[in-house]
Design a protein around this ligand. Structure first.
Ligand SMILES: Cc1cn([C@H]2C[C@H](O)[C@@H](COP(=O)(O)OP(=O)(O)OP(=O)(O)O)O2)c(=O)[nH]c1=O
Length: 212
């Protein structure tokens, strides 16, 4: 039987672009899946994330999201829309580190105990050169999180839980720290790494049928 839908080798239609997630974060992949988006590819940018001297938290998050998306977009020779993001925990003008060891997480939790802080997530979209119809776009989302006062024993228990590893500010609101979060004002998905409402809005602003 002949193929009812033969592909036309002479078709001039451009190949469809794919969504590429420029992040090593499994949270970001899971958050995209939550709204029905599956990236065609996941490519970690692997950039140096050291803040510039005196860099303000908002500008830092925006710069990194932009750099992650642009870095991955520049390396692609296929039509693609690249999504980069960066999440920063800020105490006023101070940027708290991403906790890679227990002592850093302990220092962060001690600072956050009994206080309100800001969680900033910047997202950036960059089209690859092979998809010039795409538009560069970005958003910054700020949320406020208030922690209860933590005792030394409670901090030790949070550290033992281990889910602070690789998290901005040394805690995971989706993990054990939730037992100490008095309130969150803003975007829960943004605190975990990707503001889903804003990502959907940005995709709706692109040419093509990315999301309804
Ligand atoms: C505050 C907070 C942060 N986080 C996470 C989100 C981000 O993955 C991480 C902040 O580090 P990021 O540098 O934003 O992201 P990443 O290192 O995980 O991945 P990549 O740089 O490749 O994109 O902290 C939580 O999961 N829960 C929280 O409550």
């Amino acid at each position: 039987m002949s193929d009812p839908f033969p592909s036309d080798p002479h078709s001039s239609a451009p190949p469809l672009p794919g969504l590429v997630l420029a992040s090593a974060s499994p949270r970001r992949r899971d958050l995209l899946a939550q709204i029905g988006l599956q990236p065609r590819r996941i490519v970690a940018a692997g950039l140096d994330e050291t803040p510039l001297a005196g860099e303000l938290p908002r500008l830092y998050a925006q710069r990194l999201a932009r750099e992650k998306a642009a870095h991955v977009a520049a390396a692609l020779d296929e039509p693609a829309l690249v999504l980069g993001a960066d999440t920063v925990v800020a105490l006023g003008r101070r940027i708290l580190p991403k906790a890679e060891d227990r002592e850093t997480a302990r220092r962060c939790l001690t600072l956050l105990s009994g206080r309100r802080h800001t969680v900033l997530t910047a997202v950036a979209l960059r089209p690859s050169a092979a998809w010039p119809q795409g538009r560069a776009a970005e958003r910054l989302v700020a949320s406020t999180v208030s922690f209860a006062r933590l005792t030394e024993r409670q901090i030790a228990a949070l550290l033992d839980a281990g889910d602070w590893h690789g998290k901005a500010g040394g805690y995971a609101i989706q993990g054990h720290a939730a037992a100490f979060v008095r309130f969150l004002s803003g975007s829960p998905s943004s605190v975990i790494g990707l503001p889903l409402f804003e990502v959907a809005q940005l995709l709706r602003g692109q040419k093509g049928d990315w999301i309804r």
